[in-house]
Write a protein that binds this ligand. Structure first.
Ligand code: FMN
Length: 204
């Protein structure tokens, strides 16, 4: 039963881009989501070199302003609506513009940072570790009856400003994503997944 429930949880999780700004999430739910982040797989190169900074109220507003003030926030969304399998999609375009105005208006944002590492292999591990935590948080949010959505940054300027907001050293720390969490105001359809990407090799 747990196997089926887990798979169902994974398959029904969606990226949310429109939240109810005025419905806060309970401390208990938020703690569970952060606990899920902490328990994600760790690389030995990145045992504790990471931070999950919860931004609410004015702190959330400041971070959202830094992100939406930069035009690169729309780049990702524009790519999405320009590359739908059925062609350019106007509904998506409007959604993107609304999203870019206040980043979906989630009441809670988790800013995830890793330490920079000049060694490419180790940096890859650092980033991978953060993405494992992202998936854990998204699934736990979903299990808590909440929705979530990850936002990444194409601009070095935005990254630097975000680290500065936290008081950490921008030379040392790299923001990897922010995770919006809250009550959803939308019910986005799933994007198609291709089963043929799974290849089973059997050798006797
Ligand atoms: C590495 C990565 C980066 C992403 N960056 C963004 C982003 O910057 N903005 C955004 O709105 N969604 C972002 N997403 C969310 C994806 O667009 C989303 O997962 C995808 O469209 C599939 O939808 P689903 O999550 O509802 O299954 C990102 C996802 C991943 C894995």
């Amino acid at each position: 039963m747990l196997a089926q429930q887990t798979l169902q949880l994974i398959k029904t999780r969606r990226t949310c881009r429109s939240f109810d700004k005025f419905t806060d999430i309970s401390e208990k739910k938020l703690n569970n989501i952060l606990e899920a982040a902490i328990w994600a797989p760790l690389s030995i190169y990145q045992l504790q070199e990471r931070k999950f900074i919860v931004l609410k109220g004015q702190a959330r507003e400041k971070a959202a302003t830094v992100i939406v003030d930069d035009p690169t926030i729309l780049k990702y969304m524009r790519y999405m609506y320009d590359h739908q399998p059925w062609g350019r999609d106007e509904a998506w375009e409007n959604k993107a513009i609304e999203f870019a105005a206040d980043l979906g208006a989630a009441p809670v944002m988790v800013l995830a940072l890793t330490q920079k590492n000049a060694n490419r292999h180790k940096m890859e591990h650092n980033l991978a570790t953060m993405w494992c935590a992202a998936q854990n948080m998204m699934l736990q949010s979903h299990a808590e009856g909440l929705d979530s959505g990850v936002v990444t940054f194409a601009s070095e300027k935005v990254k630097k400003q975000l680290v500065e907001l936290t008081g950490l050293n921008a030379e040392k720390w790299e923001p990897v994503y922010i995770l919006n969490v809250g009550e959803s105001r939308e019910d986005p359809p799933p994007m198609e997944r291709h089963r043929e990407n799974v290849i089973i090799v059997k050798e006797k």
